[in-house]
Design a protein around this ligand. Sequence first.
Ligand code: MBD
Ligand code: FE
Length: 312
Amino acid sequence: MSVKTMHTAEVRELLEKVAGLNQDAGDARVKAIVHRVMHDIFQTIEDLDVTPQEFWSAVYYINELGQNGEAALLAPGLGMDRYLDIRMDAEDAQAGLHGGTPRTIEGPLYVAGAPLSEGFARMDDGSEGGESMILTGQVTDEQGNPLANAIVDIWHANLKGAYSYFDQSQSDYNLRRRIKTDSQGRYVARSIIPCGYGCPPDGATQKLLNQLGRHGNRPAHIHYFVCAPGHKHLTTQINLAGDPYTFDDFAFATRDELVVQAQRIEDPSEAAAYDIQGPFTRVEFNVQLVSTDKPQLQVRHERNRALETDAV
Ligand code: MBD
Ligand code: FE
């Protein structure tokens, strides 16, 4: 069966009423988006001959996704976060804003208000063991001048790929810290090497990924927000080289410039300098921020975030 009804006056009028186009009340922008999206869904049903059975399974799938709180997890899995980044990169290029450390997606697991310290922070609570990590770097402007007092907001997973707050077995703000750079623009974090993330195997996101023949894994990665007055806010991540998923991330966040090679340090005197017993792994990530006088570009864009109040 392949009937065509999208061209009829009946369907056109239905879509207009659905989106409230014949009403004065409401929001014009929302109406325009809903009108377009519903049109495109109807068009998909027509073009692909979607059956009622297929349609209703999709409706109840959305319920399941919401019940699990996984909508913001499926989004990056379907490349939507990456697509928004592609658009922002293109907007920057069009505005002549070149250079700086590349952005990549925020992901759904940020928690606002992590402890803030100057120059150095220990991020892990010492409860897990694991390989000690010294994560360090310098924040500069495009000319390479150090940016003192930049805020480097870092978060990453534990040895199970789980994030504190969402994983209630971890202590508050475990593996989440904000560090203010020193006079040389430097930050140092002591933590543990994270493991990669995997979507909940019985969750709604993985269920759809299975039907697409895809896995739901991310490589070991570390998230960053970096900001400094007069500069563009940066949302990014680093991926640790050598992870089997480094170039096969279900969330499409890997960018070549953001893959870092960790370095094993065996020298006991270096470990002692950080008060670490035995060998550790050093990860260096330098950040270059792009200057802007536009206040709206100096802060992260709005989005629902755990524990976020007005102050950023
Ligand atoms: C993560 O840790 C993450 O960063 C993203 C984008 C999706 C799921 C888990
Ligand atoms: Fe993550």
